[in-house]
Design a protein around this ligand. Structure first.
Ligand code: G6P
Ligand code: ZN
Length: 543
């Protein structure tokens, strides 16, 4: 088999965002575009000859073609073996699990997460390191730097590899091992949670609805929830993965998972509802007519972790991204464990977990996870909740309200303004940064601004510094507003406004978050001049 060295022109726009390189499918289909980026990864990571790589994706449009290209390039770049999920499928947490379990050099995950797919939808690629977590910023920056000057790539000239049958085949000097995409992950889940307790909960008439959103988690949910735990077949909806996610937007939030939301807020709603995203790392948790914010979900998990076999001995610490509410901070304080505040992006948790400093992590962006892998994990979160419910036998809403009664409620909401003109969105951020000196001391009704800053973070393990991670407006009573530009979009700019107010008074815990935060919302719009600068007066998505 011959190795071809193909001459190529570099692209200047291959900068990885919050979670890998994401672009529209036609961008990836440009001449040598994917190949250049893959070669930039290989040139950067410098794997020893014969090393093993994991490869899989969320099954979106272009997944199969990309897998074939990457396999042939891996063979030409001296890898000895690639473990590829059957059909080219691996959810993001399953890929992390496989990298760790088989101690591979690293892995390549093909996904644009929760972004829509299809010929005109999004595609993405990211590299995960040997700990199973997303490459650190140092590595992604080096990949980007390489991509700007790359002028050739290596690929073997070979027929496509059969991906649908489990087993091994030879590609040049490299072995392609097609693995069951679900088995290793399902086994890991069974080792963490009390499956017999969950099975008996489900046998008691407890009803659940899991929305796989026609994305990667369908087969995982069927195997775990239906086959291993005995949930009814119809517990898993939209279970068949489709290349375009059935034209849906596979993001588990109140707006995009509306089919599930209608069921959970309808007559005769099930006791528990959940959804996951395109690549299976996000989760949304719902009860009968009740939405659990991701920030509250993390806090509640931390508070109840000892009920779960894997965490029965206690958790070492917790971490949350800066825009995530401080609900978990209160639990950490009560438990006497450290709580770390990191920039947005799961990669920032990796070092803390590797160093044994934290066990549970979470983000307001519908991500929760633990040190069982190095990615956030949607189905893991669902099983965590089911395990708690199996022991507590209380409705979801009751569980959350009791939690608030004990810890107080961090009333929270995020308002997203999607697809803004980039200059307008950047103008808002610049205005806010320019107002740092004049805002403190200003009062708006009962709220007075105490301080403002741009969040920066020094990694306590490797000392690396990340700056400009979001503008924080902090109020005297502990409430806060955070402004941040999304790092995962592919079109225009998305401005996120995160609103949080602490309410210790349990007689006010039943208030709707939008009502409770109404004054804060007005302040956010006023100090950012958002309406005049962007021409928008309502958010695209509220979570
Ligand atoms: C991805 C990352 C998350 C992060 C999220 C933020 O999903 O894996 O860790 O929280 O992006 O997205 P944003 O669009 O707000 O940058
Ligand atoms: Zn995702």
């Amino acid at each position: 088999m011959t190795i071809q060295v193909v001459a190529s022109q570099p692209y200047q726009d291959q900068k990885p965002g919050t979670s890998g390189l994401r672009k529209r499918v036609p961008a990836f289909q440009q001449v040598h575009y994917l190949q250049n980026f893959v070669q930039s990864i290989f040139d950067t990571i410098q794997a020893a000859p014969g090393a093993t790589l994991v490869l899989g994706g969320d099954g979106r449009y272009y997944n199969r073609q990309a897998i074939q290209i990457i396999l042939k390039m891996a063979a030409a770049n001296g890898f000895g073996r690639v473990l590829v999920g059957q059909g080219g499928i691996l959810s993001t947490p399953a890929a992390s699990c496989v990298i760790r379990k088989y101690k591979t050099f690293g892995g390549i995950i093909l996904s644009a997460s929760h972004n829509p797919g299809g010929p005109d939808g999004d595609f993405g690629i990211k590299y995960n390191m040997e700990n199973g977590g997303p490459a650190t910023e140092t590595v992604t920056e080096a990949i980007y730097a390489r991509s700007k000057v790359i002028n050739e790539y290596r690929i073997v000239d070979a027929a496509d590899v059969a991906l649908d049958v489990i087993g091994e085949s030879q590609l040049g000097n490299m072995v392609v091992q097609v693995i069951d995409a679900v088995a290793d992950y399902a086994e890991l889940m069974e080792s963490l949670f009390d499956f017999p307790a969950i099975r008996s909960l489900l046998a008691s008439g407890f009803r659940l609805k899991f929305d796989a959103m026609h994305a990667v988690t369908g087969p995982y949910a069927r195997e775990i929830l239906v086959k291993r735990l005995g949930a009814s077949e119809d517990s898993v909806m939209n279970a068949v993965p489709l290349e375009d996610f059935g034209q849906g937007h596979p993001d588990p939030n109140l707006t995009y998972a509306h089919e599930l939301v209608e069921i959970m807020y309808g007559d005769n709603a099930p006791e528990f509802g959940a959804a996951s995203d395109g690549d299976g790392d996000r989760n949304m948790i719902l009860g009968d007519h009740f939405f659990v914010t991701p920030s509250d979900s993390l806090a509640l998990m931390a508070a109840n972790a000892r009920l779960i076999p894997a965490y029965a001995a206690g958790i070492a610490g917790v971490a949350r991204s800066m825009p995530t509410s401080a609900a978990v901070d209160r639990v950490a304080e009560e438990l006497g464990i450290p709580c770390y505040e990191t920039p947005t992006g799961w990669k920032f948790f990796g070092n803390l977990m590797d160093a044994g400093k934290v066990t549970l992590c979470g983000e307001e962006s519908f991500g929760t996870g633990s040190d069982h892998v190095r990615e956030k994990d949607g189905l893991w979160a669902v099983l965590f909740w089911l395990n708690i419910l199996a022991i507590k036998r209380q409705p979801v809403a009751t569980l959350v309200k009791r939690h608030w009664r004990q810890f107080g409620r961090n009333v929270y909401s995020r308002h997203d303004y999607e697809n803004l003109q980039t200059e307008a969105a950047q103008g808002v951020m610049t205005l806010l940064r320019d107002s740092f000196a004049s805002l403190p001391g200003k009062s708006f009704g009962r709220y007075t601004i105490a301080s403002c800053d741009d969040f920066s973070y020094t990694d306590p393990i490797d000392g690396s510094l990340s700056t400009k991670q979001g503008v924080r407006i902090l109020f005297e009573d502990g409430s806060r507003i955070v402004f941040r530009l999304s790092g995962t979009g592919t079109e225009g700019a998305t401005l996120r406004i995160y609103l949080e107010a602490y309410e210790p008074d349990s007689t006010k815990h039943d208030l709707d978050a939008q009502d409770a935060l109404a004054d804060m919302i007005k302040i956010a719009l006023s100090i950012s001049e958002l309406v005049t600068r962007t021409g928008r007066d309502t958010p695209t998505v509220i979570t």
